[in-house]
Design a protein around this ligand. Structure first.
Ligand SMILES: [Fe+2]
Length: 450
């Protein structure tokens, strides 16, 4: 069974139609804006995702070369720029850098979990190279989902398969706001798990070592060798920030697999994390080589006792079928109420066609549906002002519909999503389905970063 057949069978044409690569690197100024951009919304939304230079129908979606799409908003209007992150000749050295793009220590970093971060200069046609050695992150793996601690400005990270492909060693550490490495330790896990995301609180790190297991003896021709083996049992690794990896506390994980963690916090002696849980991970085969299921996904709240005495617990959250969750990240690591995600109608296969805000306590949702043929990105929350109240801000998402023949950047008032976008920027080309991105205030591609 090829991954291509799995993808097409399980996810249907609607999900793959906006997966096709674009072939041009464009710069577009003075873009058409429908509605009115909020006057204070100044900066650049960077989005990263796979965009293979040479499309290969049998290659896994996760393995395409990263392309960054940047939409800059400001008093002068809106502009767009897209570039492959890594020059073609450097992919073997730097990796594909296709999953996320963040700023830390004054540098833009394109991330993909099997490689070191790649510095990305938005004014250049491609990457400038790997992270400088002064940052001491070397070529070891570095998650695409490091977490900024809003209290300290630190960046907490991990990397699985840290002792080489398929190894069971996980590295975990912290970069100071300057980018300097201030903590690193190693954890020995029961197996090599694809750990896509992490939970971080002011004092602890939790890594979901779930049973999507990598083994060298089942790699496909593109080098992917992960399969779902729930019989091995998932584990949760709890570690004090700054601690020694040998002190890790292990818990049996609740059933299922999660790519993404919404947020985590500590309360009453427990660490809580909200996450989006699949019965089994989509896009991957089972351990016996059989087809995985498309898998339903639902939000859950997991928790573990901080003293290690007791078990992991599961609580349900209001139901929504979606992915790519975000919060108001000024408050990451403390208990949130609202989260935002790309969503789809229950029971429907395919991509995501709506933007939803969920209230985890009341179960109240607020949603805007772009239409069932649409494909919508992760919604990125941008506070209305640096000191705005929690959840007072804008949601930025890139949406595509076949009848538009291009993509649009949709700007929502995060408090009134169902009212539809307050502004839509018509982009000069289609933006293929991607993974993650961030809004960097006052960043202007082509003029360096302010
Ligand atoms: Fe992700």
């Amino acid at each position: 069974m090829s991954l291509h057949s799995l993808r097409c069978k399980e996810f249907g044409v609607a999900m793959t139609e906006n997966r096709m690569s674009v072939t041009r690197e464009l710069t577009g100024e003075g873009l058409e804006i429908r509605g009115r951009l909020p006057p204070g919304l100044c900066g650049t939304l960077y989005r990263n995702g796979p965009n293979p230079r040479v499309p290969d129908g049998d290659a896994h979606w996760f393995l395409g070369e990263g392309m960054v799409h940047a939409v800059t908003l400001g008093p002068g209007g809106a502009s767009y720029r897209n570039r492959w992150v890594v020059p073609a000749g450097q992919v073997r050295l730097l990796g594909k850098a296709n999953t996320n793009i963040i700023r830390h220590g004054g540098r833009m970093m394109a991330l993909e979990e099997a490689h070191a971060p790649v510095m990305f200069d938005p004014s250049s046609p491609g990457a400038t190279g790997p992270m400088p050695t002064a940052w001491h992150v070397g070529m070891a793996p570095f998650t695409a989902h490091p977490k900024h601690d809003p209290r300290t400005g630190e960046l907490v990270f991990f990397g699985y398969a840290a002792d080489g492909p398929w190894s069971n060693v996980i590295r975990c550490g912290t970069l100071a706001p300057s980018g300097r490495l201030t903590w690193e330790t190693r954890i020995r896990a029961p197996f090599c798990s694809m750990i896509h995301d992490m939970a971080v609180t002011p004092d602890h790190v939790l890594l979901p070592v779930l049973a999507l297991v990598g083994r060298a003896d089942r790699t496909d021709r593109s080098g992917f060798g992960f399969a779902w083996q729930p019989e091995l049992g998932g584990r949760l690794a709890l570690l004090r920030r700054g601690g020694d990896g040998r002190e890790v506390r292990w818990f049996d994980a609740p059933p299922g697999y999660a790519f993404h963690i919404v947020n985590a916090w500590e309360e009453g002696g427990r660490l809580f994390l909200d996450l989006l849980v699949y019965d089994e991970p989509p896009l991957f085969p089972r351990g016996d080589g059989g087809h995985g299921s498309c898998g339903s996904v639902r939000p859950q709240r997991w928790s573990v006792p901080l003293d290690g005495r007791g078990e992991a617990r599961v609580a349900g959250l209001p139901d929504v079928t979606g992915e790519f969750p975000r919060i108001d990240e000024r408050f990451a690591g403390s208990r949130h109420t609202r989260f935002y995600l790309a969503s789809r109608a229950p029971g429907r296969a395919g991509g995501f066609h709506a933007i939803t805000r969920m209230d985890a306590e009341s179960g109240q949702g607020d949603q805007f549906d772009f239409g069932t043929d649409a494909s919508v990105s992760e919604p990125v929350f941008v506070p209305r002002a640096p000191d705005a109240a929690r959840d007072e801000g804008w949601l930025l998402a890139v949406a595509w519909r076949p009848d538009w023949r291009t993509s649009r950047l949709a700007v929502f008032d995060a408090g009134h999503i169902a009212d539809g976008p307050v502004a839509s920027v018509i982009l000069p080309q289609r933006v293929p389905d991607g993974f993650h991105g961030n809004f960097i205030p006052d960043a202007h591609p082509g003029r360096g970063i302010a």
